[in-house]
Design a protein around this ligand. Structure first.
Ligand code: UT7
Length: 326
């Protein structure tokens, strides 16, 4: 049996120029490097400066992913951008990036699932590719949450950073055997809007007419995170027959090292298989997973044929997993 699978052809990422250390933040709010490292694992984050926006960072990540794939925008038929912090309320960040890539064919649109946006984006791309309607899709995860942070709120301002990551997926014929096929093997997306107020912005275009600022009941989010993460990963195992022992890499959303370690521990995923970049990037929302993927791939850790589990959880609440063979 021949089936179509969405195979990763290239990956790329982009970070703002400016690094902000914990020590620098400790000069502005009542916090310390010790507290931030102990509670989150974060040591530094990148913050967008003047002229750096979601579309400029997303464009750079897109160009890097296309270069890695040996392609140009002429080879794409769709661009999906996951972001909660678009440059403008409209037009979409995706169409802005499409224009800057010089792409006048195909289509481009944004999706919004906060920190789960990239895995939602991969899920949507996979549906387009496996249905046969599209051949090559660029999926970008980008956020500049620093623009909606209350920089006087120590409970949130130490956690987040800016960045972008992108992958190019191509529909390729495979044998239909999850044990040997390359590409996306299964995806699982979930949400439960009852949790919305626990992690949200205080405004928006149709209410306050402003973007508002990010607020979070950190403890409440933490309490739900591990259970939700393990749920969608267990769903991926049930759909494929794999177990944690079969994984080569676990690439989770990078919000908090304690959440990542607790999830890996609960699922029996060996620590050496866990990709952690939250120490250097902070929580970059929709960018965190493709940034972590680009980092591990760039360091030569993720290789062709490796079984890779992606997982995310964030505002909404939304949560999602995608299992793929590189
Ligand atoms: O990407 C979307 C998903 N988001 C997440 O997954 C975030 C989930 N939540 C978390 O990661 C954690 O809950 C936090 C890192 C946000 C907080 O860690 P925590 O261990 O849950 O701390 P806490 O909120 O219970 O606060 C403990 C103490 C409090 O003081 P008191 O009430 O015990 O006196 C806070 O006021 O730490 C205080 N605190 C701080 N102290 C120094 C809160 N923020 C800071 C800070 N520096 N930046």
């Amino acid at each position: 049996m021949t089936i179509k699978r969405s195979v990763v052809l290239g990956v790329g990422s982009a970070l703002p120029a400016r690094v902000v250390t914990n020590e620098e933040l400790a000069k502005k709010v009542d916090t310390s490097d010790e507290w931030i490292v102990q509670r989150t694992g974060i040591r530094q984050r990148y913050i967008a400066g003047e002229g750096e926006t979601s579309s400029t960072l997303g464009l750079k990540a897109a160009e890097a992913a296309l270069k890695d794939a040996g392609l140009t925008s002429a080879d794409l038929d769709l661009i999906i951008v996951a972001t909660t912090t678009p440059d403008l309320t409209f037009p979409s960040t995706a169409t802005q990036i499409q224009a800057r890539l010089g792409m006048t064919h195909g289509a481009a649109f944004d999706i919004q699932a906060v920190c789960s946006g990239f895995v939602y984006g991969v899920t949507i791309a996979d549906k387009f590719l496996t249905s046969g309607s599209h051949n090559r899709i660029l999926v970008i995860g980008v956020d500049t949450l620093s623009r909606i942070i209350d920089w006087n709120d120590r409970t949130t301002c130490v956690l987040f950073g800016d960045g972008a990551g992108a992958i190019v997926l191509e529909a390729q014929n495979q044998k239909g055997d999850v044990n040997t096929d390359r590409g996306v093997l299964t995806t699982h997306i979930r949400s439960d809007g009852r949790h919305g107020p626990k992690l949200c912005a205080t405004g928006g275009p149709s209410t306050t007419g402003t973007s508002g600022v990010l607020t979070m009941e950190g403890k409440e989010v933490f309490k739900h995170a591990v259970g939700m993460i393990t749920d969608v990963i267990t769903d991926a195992y049930a759909a494929t027959g794999f177990t944690s022992d079969d994984l080569d890499w676990f690439v989770p959303h990078q919000a908090n090292k304690r959440i990542i370690n607790s999830s890996a521990d609960k699922l029996g995923i060996a620590p050496e298989k866990v990709v952690i970049t939250v120490d250097r990037h902070g929580n970059t929302s929709a960018a965190s997973i493709p940034l972590a993927l680009a980092t591990a791939y760039g360091e030569g850790r993720i290789k062709k044929g490796d079984l890779v589990m992606l997982e995310a959880m964030g505002g909404g609440f939304t949560w999602a997993s995608a299992l793929l063979r590189w």
